[in-house]
Design a protein around this ligand. Structure first.
Ligand code: HAM
Length: 412
Protein backbone atom coordinates (compact mmCIF):
# COMPACT_ATOMS: atom_id res chain seq x y z
CA UNK A 1 0.00 0.00 0.00
CA UNK A 2 1.26 3.47 -0.85
CA UNK A 3 0.50 6.14 1.77
CA UNK A 4 0.04 9.87 1.34
CA UNK A 5 3.28 11.83 1.85
CA UNK A 6 3.94 12.91 5.44
CA UNK A 7 2.14 16.13 6.35
CA UNK A 8 -0.55 15.80 3.68
CA UNK A 9 -4.12 14.59 4.00
CA UNK A 10 -6.96 13.22 1.92
CA UNK A 11 -10.27 14.97 2.34
CA UNK A 12 -12.82 12.18 2.16
CA UNK A 13 -16.52 12.55 1.25
CA UNK A 14 -17.38 12.18 4.93
CA UNK A 15 -15.56 15.48 5.55
CA UNK A 16 -15.60 17.38 2.26
CA UNK A 17 -18.96 19.01 3.03
CA UNK A 18 -17.29 20.70 6.02
CA UNK A 19 -14.65 22.19 3.71
CA UNK A 20 -17.40 23.33 1.37
CA UNK A 21 -19.13 25.05 4.29
CA UNK A 22 -15.96 26.88 5.38
CA UNK A 23 -15.13 27.90 1.80
CA UNK A 24 -18.68 29.03 1.08
CA UNK A 25 -18.68 31.19 4.21
CA UNK A 26 -15.31 32.66 3.21
CA UNK A 27 -16.58 33.57 -0.26
CA UNK A 28 -19.79 34.99 1.12
CA UNK A 29 -18.08 37.18 3.72
CA UNK A 30 -15.46 38.37 1.18
CA UNK A 31 -18.31 39.33 -1.19
CA UNK A 32 -20.03 41.43 1.45
CA UNK A 33 -16.77 43.37 1.93
CA UNK A 34 -16.48 43.99 -1.84
CA UNK A 35 -13.57 41.58 -2.35
CA UNK A 36 -13.15 39.62 -5.59
CA UNK A 37 -11.41 36.30 -6.05
CA UNK A 38 -7.91 36.08 -7.48
CA UNK A 39 -6.29 32.77 -8.44
CA UNK A 40 -2.55 32.59 -8.90
CA UNK A 41 -0.43 29.56 -9.89
CA UNK A 42 0.48 26.86 -7.40
CA UNK A 43 4.15 27.48 -8.16
CA UNK A 44 6.12 30.63 -8.84
CA UNK A 45 9.68 31.53 -9.71
CA UNK A 46 11.56 31.10 -6.43
CA UNK A 47 12.61 34.74 -6.56
CA UNK A 48 9.02 35.84 -5.84
CA UNK A 49 9.30 34.39 -2.35
CA UNK A 50 12.95 35.33 -1.82
CA UNK A 51 12.05 38.96 -2.51
CA UNK A 52 8.51 38.78 -1.19
CA UNK A 53 8.56 36.72 1.98
CA UNK A 54 12.19 37.56 2.79
CA UNK A 55 15.48 35.69 2.92
CA UNK A 56 15.83 35.77 6.70
CA UNK A 57 12.51 34.06 7.39
CA UNK A 58 12.06 30.44 8.47
CA UNK A 59 9.77 29.92 5.50
CA UNK A 60 12.41 30.84 2.92
CA UNK A 61 15.35 29.37 4.81
CA UNK A 62 13.97 26.03 5.82
CA UNK A 63 10.48 25.34 4.61
CA UNK A 64 10.14 25.90 0.88
CA UNK A 65 9.54 23.16 -1.65
CA UNK A 66 12.03 24.38 -4.24
CA UNK A 67 13.24 22.46 -7.27
CA UNK A 68 14.72 22.98 -10.70
CA UNK A 69 12.24 22.26 -13.47
CA UNK A 70 13.26 20.48 -16.67
CA UNK A 71 14.26 23.82 -18.14
CA UNK A 72 16.63 24.47 -15.24
CA UNK A 73 14.47 27.23 -13.65
CA UNK A 74 14.22 27.45 -9.89
CA UNK A 75 10.57 26.92 -9.02
CA UNK A 76 8.88 26.98 -5.60
CA UNK A 77 5.47 25.68 -4.53
CA UNK A 78 3.79 28.60 -2.84
CA UNK A 79 4.35 28.60 0.92
CA UNK A 80 1.76 31.39 1.35
CA UNK A 81 -0.58 33.45 -0.79
CA UNK A 82 0.52 37.08 -0.45
CA UNK A 83 3.72 37.13 -2.52
CA UNK A 84 2.05 35.49 -5.53
CA UNK A 85 -0.87 37.93 -5.37
CA UNK A 86 1.60 40.84 -5.18
CA UNK A 87 3.48 39.44 -8.20
CA UNK A 88 0.18 39.13 -10.13
CA UNK A 89 -0.82 42.67 -9.12
CA UNK A 90 2.43 44.07 -10.55
CA UNK A 91 2.51 41.87 -13.65
CA UNK A 92 -1.08 42.71 -14.62
CA UNK A 93 -0.75 46.45 -14.02
CA UNK A 94 -3.52 46.33 -11.45
CA UNK A 95 -2.31 49.52 -9.79
CA UNK A 96 -3.67 51.51 -12.75
CA UNK A 97 -7.14 49.97 -12.36
CA UNK A 98 -9.54 50.68 -9.48
CA UNK A 99 -7.88 51.08 -6.09
CA UNK A 100 -8.08 49.76 -3.51
CA UNK A 101 -7.94 46.36 -5.17
CA UNK A 102 -9.90 44.15 -2.79
CA UNK A 103 -8.83 40.58 -3.41
CA UNK A 104 -9.34 37.20 -1.78
CA UNK A 105 -8.18 33.65 -2.45
CA UNK A 106 -8.59 30.11 -1.26
CA UNK A 107 -5.46 28.16 -2.03
CA UNK A 108 -3.26 25.28 -1.01
CA UNK A 109 0.17 26.16 0.42
CA UNK A 110 3.27 24.06 0.97
CA UNK A 111 5.78 24.29 3.79
CA UNK A 112 8.32 21.67 4.76
CA UNK A 113 7.57 21.81 8.50
CA UNK A 114 7.55 19.14 11.19
CA UNK A 115 3.97 17.87 10.99
CA UNK A 116 1.81 17.92 14.11
CA UNK A 117 -1.82 18.67 14.94
CA UNK A 118 -2.67 21.82 12.99
CA UNK A 119 0.65 21.88 11.16
CA UNK A 120 0.86 20.23 7.77
CA UNK A 121 3.15 20.28 4.77
CA UNK A 122 0.26 20.89 2.43
CA UNK A 123 -2.40 23.10 3.97
CA UNK A 124 -5.02 25.55 2.78
CA UNK A 125 -5.50 29.25 3.34
CA UNK A 126 -8.37 31.63 2.90
CA UNK A 127 -6.59 34.93 2.40
CA UNK A 128 -7.52 38.53 1.76
CA UNK A 129 -5.30 41.27 0.31
CA UNK A 130 -6.43 44.90 0.10
CA UNK A 131 -4.02 46.91 -2.04
CA UNK A 132 -3.75 50.64 -2.62
CA UNK A 133 -4.67 52.38 0.64
CA UNK A 134 -2.52 53.56 3.52
CA UNK A 135 -5.58 54.62 5.54
CA UNK A 136 -6.00 53.09 8.99
CA UNK A 137 -9.65 52.41 8.21
CA UNK A 138 -8.65 49.66 5.76
CA UNK A 139 -6.53 48.00 8.46
CA UNK A 140 -9.64 47.88 10.64
CA UNK A 141 -11.75 46.73 7.70
CA UNK A 142 -9.34 43.84 7.01
CA UNK A 143 -9.38 42.74 10.64
CA UNK A 144 -13.17 43.09 10.73
CA UNK A 145 -13.45 40.83 7.67
CA UNK A 146 -11.41 38.15 9.44
CA UNK A 147 -13.52 38.53 12.59
CA UNK A 148 -16.79 38.37 10.60
CA UNK A 149 -15.58 35.19 8.90
CA UNK A 150 -14.74 33.57 12.25
CA UNK A 151 -18.11 34.66 13.70
CA UNK A 152 -20.02 33.25 10.73
CA UNK A 153 -18.20 29.95 11.16
CA UNK A 154 -19.51 29.82 14.70
CA UNK A 155 -16.08 30.48 16.24
CA UNK A 156 -16.44 32.91 19.12
CA UNK A 157 -13.70 32.20 21.62
CA UNK A 158 -10.63 33.50 19.82
CA UNK A 159 -8.47 36.38 20.99
CA UNK A 160 -7.37 39.09 18.60
CA UNK A 161 -3.81 40.22 19.36
CA UNK A 162 -2.82 43.50 17.79
CA UNK A 163 0.49 45.27 17.47
CA UNK A 164 2.34 47.84 15.41
CA UNK A 165 5.88 47.10 14.31
CA UNK A 166 6.29 50.62 12.91
CA UNK A 167 8.01 51.62 9.70
CA UNK A 168 11.58 50.87 8.57
CA UNK A 169 12.90 53.87 10.45
CA UNK A 170 11.24 53.01 13.77
CA UNK A 171 12.30 49.41 13.41
CA UNK A 172 15.96 50.30 12.88
CA UNK A 173 16.03 52.10 16.23
CA UNK A 174 14.07 49.36 17.93
CA UNK A 175 16.17 46.52 16.55
CA UNK A 176 19.28 48.18 17.89
CA UNK A 177 17.74 48.55 21.38
CA UNK A 178 16.52 44.96 21.24
CA UNK A 179 19.90 43.63 20.15
CA UNK A 180 21.66 45.59 22.92
CA UNK A 181 19.32 44.06 25.48
CA UNK A 182 19.47 40.52 24.08
CA UNK A 183 23.24 40.56 23.76
CA UNK A 184 23.41 40.77 27.54
CA UNK A 185 21.39 37.54 27.76
CA UNK A 186 22.76 35.69 24.76
CA UNK A 187 24.22 32.77 26.73
CA UNK A 188 20.80 31.73 28.01
CA UNK A 189 19.05 31.88 24.66
CA UNK A 190 18.26 28.86 22.45
CA UNK A 191 20.58 28.14 19.52
CA UNK A 192 18.01 29.29 16.99
CA UNK A 193 17.62 32.66 18.68
CA UNK A 194 21.38 33.12 18.96
CA UNK A 195 21.40 32.79 15.19
CA UNK A 196 18.40 35.11 14.81
CA UNK A 197 20.01 37.84 16.87
CA UNK A 198 21.88 39.34 13.94
CA UNK A 199 19.64 38.17 11.12
CA UNK A 200 16.13 38.87 12.38
CA UNK A 201 16.05 39.84 16.09
CA UNK A 202 12.31 40.60 16.12
CA UNK A 203 11.58 36.90 15.61
CA UNK A 204 13.12 36.17 19.01
CA UNK A 205 10.07 37.85 20.53
CA UNK A 206 7.80 34.99 19.54
CA UNK A 207 10.20 32.13 20.30
CA UNK A 208 8.40 29.35 22.18
CA UNK A 209 11.49 28.28 24.19
CA UNK A 210 10.85 28.89 27.92
CA UNK A 211 14.19 30.60 28.60
CA UNK A 212 13.83 32.87 25.57
CA UNK A 213 10.29 33.70 26.66
CA UNK A 214 11.53 34.65 30.10
CA UNK A 215 14.27 36.85 28.61
CA UNK A 216 11.96 38.65 26.18
CA UNK A 217 9.48 39.46 28.96
CA UNK A 218 11.67 42.37 30.05
CA UNK A 219 12.91 43.26 26.56
CA UNK A 220 12.32 46.80 25.20
CA UNK A 221 8.87 47.11 23.64
CA UNK A 222 8.41 48.14 20.01
CA UNK A 223 5.48 50.41 20.86
CA UNK A 224 7.87 52.63 22.85
CA UNK A 225 9.97 53.10 19.71
CA UNK A 226 7.49 53.78 16.92
CA UNK A 227 7.48 57.26 15.35
CA UNK A 228 4.63 59.75 15.61
CA UNK A 229 3.12 58.87 12.22
CA UNK A 230 3.13 55.15 13.01
CA UNK A 231 1.79 55.81 16.46
CA UNK A 232 -1.08 57.94 15.08
CA UNK A 233 -1.85 55.23 12.55
CA UNK A 234 -1.99 52.62 15.30
CA UNK A 235 -4.30 54.82 17.43
CA UNK A 236 -6.65 55.19 14.46
CA UNK A 237 -6.72 51.43 13.82
CA UNK A 238 -7.63 50.84 17.46
CA UNK A 239 -10.30 53.53 17.28
CA UNK A 240 -11.91 52.04 14.16
CA UNK A 241 -11.86 48.58 15.73
CA UNK A 242 -13.56 49.99 18.80
CA UNK A 243 -16.22 51.63 16.60
CA UNK A 244 -16.76 48.24 14.89
CA UNK A 245 -17.09 46.56 18.30
CA UNK A 246 -14.09 44.30 17.69
CA UNK A 247 -12.37 43.40 20.96
CA UNK A 248 -8.56 43.22 20.83
CA UNK A 249 -5.53 42.93 23.08
CA UNK A 250 -2.42 44.92 22.26
CA UNK A 251 0.48 42.48 22.38
CA UNK A 252 3.94 43.92 21.60
CA UNK A 253 5.34 40.41 21.10
CA UNK A 254 3.27 39.81 17.97
CA UNK A 255 5.87 40.38 15.24
CA UNK A 256 4.86 37.76 12.61
CA UNK A 257 7.22 35.43 10.78
CA UNK A 258 7.40 37.13 7.41
CA UNK A 259 9.63 40.04 6.42
CA UNK A 260 7.19 42.14 4.44
CA UNK A 261 5.21 43.59 7.33
CA UNK A 262 5.19 47.14 8.62
CA UNK A 263 2.90 49.00 11.03
CA UNK A 264 -0.21 46.95 11.87
CA UNK A 265 0.22 43.23 12.58
CA UNK A 266 -2.36 40.92 14.14
CA UNK A 267 -3.21 37.34 14.99
CA UNK A 268 -6.38 35.55 16.05
CA UNK A 269 -5.44 32.86 18.54
CA UNK A 270 -7.48 30.04 20.04
CA UNK A 271 -6.82 27.99 23.18
CA UNK A 272 -8.90 25.14 21.82
CA UNK A 273 -6.58 23.54 19.26
CA UNK A 274 -3.33 22.94 21.08
CA UNK A 275 0.11 24.35 20.35
CA UNK A 276 -0.71 25.62 16.86
CA UNK A 277 -3.34 28.01 18.17
CA UNK A 278 -2.97 30.80 15.61
CA UNK A 279 -5.90 30.46 13.26
CA UNK A 280 -5.35 33.71 11.42
CA UNK A 281 -2.40 36.04 10.89
CA UNK A 282 -1.93 39.19 8.92
CA UNK A 283 -0.75 42.73 8.69
CA UNK A 284 0.24 45.70 6.58
CA UNK A 285 2.96 45.42 3.93
CA UNK A 286 3.43 48.82 2.32
CA UNK A 287 6.76 48.05 0.66
CA UNK A 288 6.00 44.65 -0.88
CA UNK A 289 4.62 45.76 -4.24
CA UNK A 290 7.62 48.03 -4.85
CA UNK A 291 9.95 45.25 -3.74
CA UNK A 292 8.52 43.07 -6.49
CA UNK A 293 9.14 45.75 -9.11
CA UNK A 294 5.80 47.54 -8.90
CA UNK A 295 4.70 51.05 -7.99
CA UNK A 296 4.67 52.40 -4.46
CA UNK A 297 1.38 50.75 -3.51
CA UNK A 298 0.42 49.96 0.08
CA UNK A 299 -1.22 46.72 1.14
CA UNK A 300 -2.75 44.86 4.04
CA UNK A 301 -4.15 41.38 4.38
CA UNK A 302 -4.47 38.19 6.35
CA UNK A 303 -4.74 34.46 5.90
CA UNK A 304 -6.58 31.86 7.95
CA UNK A 305 -5.60 28.22 7.92
CA UNK A 306 -8.62 26.19 6.83
CA UNK A 307 -7.42 22.99 8.56
CA UNK A 308 -7.10 24.89 11.83
CA UNK A 309 -10.61 26.32 11.40
CA UNK A 310 -11.94 22.79 10.87
CA UNK A 311 -10.08 21.50 13.94
CA UNK A 312 -11.52 24.34 15.96
CA UNK A 313 -15.06 23.69 14.74
CA UNK A 314 -14.67 20.03 15.67
CA UNK A 315 -13.23 20.79 19.12
CA UNK A 316 -15.94 23.36 19.84
CA UNK A 317 -18.61 20.88 18.78
CA UNK A 318 -19.99 23.21 16.11
CA UNK A 319 -22.43 21.18 14.01
CA UNK A 320 -22.01 21.67 10.27
CA UNK A 321 -25.09 20.73 8.27
CA UNK A 322 -24.43 18.26 5.44
CA UNK A 323 -26.29 19.56 2.40
CA UNK A 324 -25.20 16.65 0.22
CA UNK A 325 -27.51 14.01 1.64
CA UNK A 326 -29.84 12.20 -0.74
CA UNK A 327 -33.46 13.34 -0.44
CA UNK A 328 -35.16 10.45 -2.26
CA UNK A 329 -34.00 6.87 -2.36
CA UNK A 330 -36.10 4.77 -4.75
CA UNK A 331 -36.09 1.07 -3.90
CA UNK A 332 -37.21 -1.13 -6.82
CA UNK A 333 -38.16 -4.81 -6.35
CA UNK A 334 -37.47 -6.15 -9.87
CA UNK A 335 -36.23 -5.32 -13.32
CA UNK A 336 -39.28 -3.40 -14.63
CA UNK A 337 -39.46 -1.56 -11.32
CA UNK A 338 -35.77 -0.64 -11.67
CA UNK A 339 -36.52 0.92 -15.06
CA UNK A 340 -39.26 2.99 -13.42
CA UNK A 341 -36.90 3.95 -10.58
CA UNK A 342 -34.33 5.09 -13.15
CA UNK A 343 -36.99 7.25 -14.83
CA UNK A 344 -38.17 8.74 -11.52
CA UNK A 345 -34.69 9.63 -10.20
CA UNK A 346 -33.90 11.30 -13.53
CA UNK A 347 -37.02 13.47 -13.25
CA UNK A 348 -36.26 14.37 -9.62
CA UNK A 349 -32.65 15.27 -10.48
CA UNK A 350 -33.85 17.50 -13.33
CA UNK A 351 -35.74 19.45 -10.69
CA UNK A 352 -32.52 19.79 -8.70
CA UNK A 353 -33.61 17.24 -6.06
CA UNK A 354 -30.98 14.66 -5.11
CA UNK A 355 -32.19 11.14 -5.75
CA UNK A 356 -30.64 7.68 -5.91
CA UNK A 357 -31.68 4.10 -6.57
CA UNK A 358 -30.32 0.56 -6.39
CA UNK A 359 -27.22 -0.30 -8.41
CA UNK A 360 -26.34 -3.50 -6.52
CA UNK A 361 -29.39 -5.72 -7.02
CA UNK A 362 -30.03 -5.69 -3.26
CA UNK A 363 -33.03 -7.09 -1.41
CA UNK A 364 -35.56 -4.56 -0.10
CA UNK A 365 -34.24 -5.01 3.44
CA UNK A 366 -30.68 -4.36 2.31
CA UNK A 367 -31.85 -1.36 0.29
CA UNK A 368 -33.43 0.17 3.42
CA UNK A 369 -30.14 -0.36 5.26
CA UNK A 370 -28.26 1.30 2.42
CA UNK A 371 -30.73 4.23 2.32
CA UNK A 372 -30.18 4.68 6.05
CA UNK A 373 -26.38 4.63 5.64
CA UNK A 374 -26.37 7.32 2.97
CA UNK A 375 -28.73 9.40 5.12
CA UNK A 376 -31.64 9.39 2.64
CA UNK A 377 -34.54 11.50 3.89
CA UNK A 378 -37.29 9.57 2.12
CA UNK A 379 -37.57 6.06 0.71
CA UNK A 380 -39.99 5.02 -2.01
CA UNK A 381 -40.54 1.28 -2.58
CA UNK A 382 -41.66 0.20 -6.06
CA UNK A 383 -43.08 -3.31 -6.37
CA UNK A 384 -45.42 -4.73 -9.01
CA UNK A 385 -48.54 -3.20 -7.31
CA UNK A 386 -46.98 0.29 -7.29
CA UNK A 387 -45.93 -0.14 -10.91
CA UNK A 388 -49.44 -1.21 -12.01
CA UNK A 389 -51.38 1.39 -9.96
CA UNK A 390 -48.94 4.29 -10.43
CA UNK A 391 -49.17 5.04 -6.69
CA UNK A 392 -46.29 4.78 -4.20
CA UNK A 393 -45.75 5.12 -0.46
CA UNK A 394 -43.17 7.79 0.41
CA UNK A 395 -41.62 6.97 3.77
CA UNK A 396 -39.99 9.68 5.88
CA UNK A 397 -37.00 7.87 7.38
CA UNK A 398 -36.77 10.00 10.51
CA UNK A 399 -40.42 9.75 11.58
CA UNK A 400 -41.52 6.58 9.79
CA UNK A 401 -44.57 8.47 8.48
CA UNK A 402 -45.80 7.28 5.07
CA UNK A 403 -47.60 9.28 2.44
CA UNK A 404 -49.37 8.01 -0.69
CA UNK A 405 -48.43 9.72 -3.96
CA UNK A 406 -48.80 9.15 -7.67
CA UNK A 407 -45.64 9.04 -9.78
CA UNK A 408 -46.60 12.44 -11.20
CA UNK A 409 -47.06 13.97 -7.74
CA UNK A 410 -43.67 12.62 -6.68
CA UNK A 411 -41.78 14.28 -9.52
CA UNK A 412 -43.94 17.41 -9.87
P1 HAM B 1 1.07 32.90 8.23
O1 HAM B 1 0.93 33.36 9.63
O2 HAM B 1 2.37 32.29 7.84
O3 HAM B 1 0.77 34.16 7.33
O4 HAM B 1 -0.06 31.88 7.88
C1 HAM B 1 -1.43 32.21 8.05
C2 HAM B 1 -2.18 31.05 8.64
O5 HAM B 1 -1.99 29.88 7.86
C3 HAM B 1 -1.74 30.66 10.04
O6 HAM B 1 -2.32 31.47 11.02
C4 HAM B 1 -2.24 29.23 10.12
O7 HAM B 1 -3.62 29.20 10.46
C5 HAM B 1 -2.07 28.74 8.69
N1 HAM B 1 -0.84 27.94 8.57
C6 HAM B 1 0.42 28.39 8.42
N2 HAM B 1 1.28 27.35 8.33
C7 HAM B 1 0.55 26.23 8.43
C8 HAM B 1 0.87 24.82 8.40
N3 HAM B 1 2.10 24.37 8.21
N4 HAM B 1 -0.17 23.94 8.55
C9 HAM B 1 -1.43 24.36 8.72
N5 HAM B 1 -1.79 25.67 8.73
C10 HAM B 1 -0.81 26.59 8.59
C11 HAM B 1 0.78 34.14 5.97
O8 HAM B 1 0.84 33.16 5.29
C12 HAM B 1 0.57 35.51 5.36
N6 HAM B 1 0.64 35.38 3.91
C13 HAM B 1 -0.75 36.11 5.81
C14 HAM B 1 -0.99 37.46 5.20
C15 HAM B 1 -1.79 37.74 4.14
N7 HAM B 1 -0.44 38.59 5.58
C16 HAM B 1 -0.86 39.56 4.81
N8 HAM B 1 -1.67 39.05 3.91
Amino acid sequence: MINVPKGTKDVLPSDSYKWQFVEKTAREVARTFGANEIRTPTFEHTEVFLRGVGETTDIVNKEMYTFLDKGGRSITLKPEGTAGVARAFVENGMHSAVLPAKLFYITQCFRYERPQAGRLREFHQFGVEFLGSTDANIDAETILLAKTFLDKEGIKNVTLYLNSIGCKECRKKYEQALKDYLNQNIDDMCELCKDRLNKNPLRILDCKNDKCKEITKSAPKILDYICEDCSNHFEKVKNYLTIAGVAFKVNPNIVRGLDYYNRTVFEFVSDNIGAQGTVCGGGRYDGLIAQLGGADVAGIGFAVGIERILMLLENLGVEIPNPNKVVYYIAPMGEKETEKAFELVSKLREKGISADFDHMNRSIKAQFKYADKIGAEKVVVIGSDELNNGVVKVKEMKTGIEQLMTFDELTK
